[in-house]
Design a protein around this ligand. Structure first.
Ligand code: HEM
Ligand SMILES: *[C@@H]1O[C@H](CO)[C@@H](O)[C@H](O)[C@H]1NC(C)=O
Ligand SMILES: *[C@@H]1O[C@H](CO)[C@@H](O)[C@H](O)[C@H]1NC(C)=O
Ligand SMILES: *[C@@H]1O[C@H](CO)[C@@H](O)[C@H](O)[C@H]1NC(C)=O
Ligand SMILES: *[C@@H]1O[C@H](CO)[C@@H](O)[C@H](O)[C@H]1NC(C)=O
Length: 303
């Protein structure tokens, strides 16, 4: 199936407004100077690590709670940590139902604060974090994606990866809001963040979305991450392409003890209320970030 909307989306994501460079290349140049594979991968590492554990680098433009910290989205309480620490039977390992996996099994937050994905290279944590660097690197148009210093994405399609999570609009919105806050914390413009957030919502925020190309070498893939019944139905729905016609059940709580694995303590480093403080930042920056958060919240409602 040809999908023109994907081409347009990738255009928005890949190219910064009024510049002939992708968002990835533009901010690699701005923040790390030399626009090569090493630095592009470092940019994605900084961004994704901040999305996951909250802001940990200095200086920064704003606080980021991070996806592991409970928060609110559009007035609804959101808590994503149970999907990552093995509390829920929500991971897809090919069976008919979800299994519990601890994705914080290789150091948790500590290596992330050292700009690493994990302490070692053979863990759930390493795999998830590196897959996120690669996937978001392609989404943001990194020009060195797939070359020596920037490995290609080697994970599953988004619908399968999130198939047993039953994620709803607030959970997806909170995740995307953290991506936006992490980006602005590094100085990404409101305009670029709004474009990225809108594209993420459109690609992943609907139920039963038709197959589209996100990772070119994977071909068309199913991309709905928001699969709960509260998620808006895609304008061109293909529910039959999804397991059980796109109907998912709430993941059950894992009852097994986790005593075989390293226990991880996630220390929230910033406010859990989602209230952003602007310590030491210029007034105009605060206004910009406020506008972005507003746009992120509105974006979901409007799309
Ligand atoms: C814009 C939205 C999102 C994007 C682009 C995204 C992207 C990804 C990617 C690329 C992977 C790696 C898949 C693989 O290795 O095969 C992944 C895995 C995962 N995501 Fe998401 N994600 C999003 C939203 C969410 C949300 C809202 C949650 C809520 C808890 C979530 C939880 C997870 C978990 C637990 C995994 C590990 C799955 C596994 O390996 O079985 N994601 N995601
Ligand atoms: C802009 O991008 C196009 C297509 O990638 C390229 O052909 C052109 O040389 C670029 N222009 C500048 C000024 O970089
Ligand atoms: C990219 O540039 C940095 C210096 O900013 C350098 O340390 C690194 O080795 C370069 N990477 C590649 C792949 O050339
Ligand atoms: C996070 O950012 C806020 C705002 O700049 C800052 O006050 C706080 O110290 C940062 N936290 C860490 C752990 O760097
Ligand atoms: C967990 O603890 C229980 C009870 O102490 C023990 O029987 C079981 O073997 C332990 N499991 C692992 C994987 O260590």
């Amino acid at each position: 199936m040809r999908c023109f909307s994907t081409v347009t989306l990738m255009g928005v994501l890949g190219s910064a407004v009024a510049q002939n460079m992708s968002v990835c290349d533009k901010y690699t140049t701005a923040l790390l100077k030399e626009n090569n594979a090493t630095n592009q991968y470092t940019l994605l590492t900084l961004l994704v690590n901040t999305v996951v554990i909250g802001n940990y680098t200095q200086p920064n433009m704003n606080a980021v709670p991070g996806i592991l910290t409970p928060g609110k989205f559009n007035g609804k309480d959101v808590e994503l940590l149970p999907y990552f620490d093995g509390s829920l039977l929500s991971s897809n390992r090919g069976g008919d139902s979800g299994v519990a996996i601890n994705f914080l099994d290789d150091g948790g937050a500590a290596p992330l604060k050292e700009n690493k994905p994990a302490n070692g290279k053979d863990s759930q944590q390493y795999k998830l974090l590196t897959h996120l660097y690669q996937f978001f690197g392609k989404l943001l148009g990194c020009s060195t994606y797939g070359t020596d210093g920037f490995p290609k994405y080697s994970g599953h399609d988004m619908a399968s990866a999130h198939a047993f999570m039953d994620l709803d609009p607030a959970e997806l919105g909170y995740f995307i809001a953290q991506v936006g806050l992490a980006a602005t914390s590094f100085g990404v413009s409101t305009e670029d963040v709004t474009a990225v957030a809108a594209a993420l919502n459109k690609l992943f925020g609907y139920r039963c979305s038709p197959p589209t190309v996100v990772i070119p070498e994977m071909g068309p893939s199913l991309n709905s991450i928001c699969q709960n019944e509260e998620c808006p139905l895609d304008p061109m729905p293909t529910c039959a392409a999804y397991p059980a016609n796109g109907e998912v059940e709430e993941p059950k709580t894992a009852t097994m003890s986790m005593n075989g694995t390293t226990s991880v303590t996630m220390m929230p480093t910033s406010t859990t209320t989602g209230v952003v403080e602007f310590t030491g930042a210029a007034g105009s920056v605060g206004v910009g970030v406020g506008a972005v958060v507003g746009a992120l919240a509105l974006g979901l409602a409007a799309l």
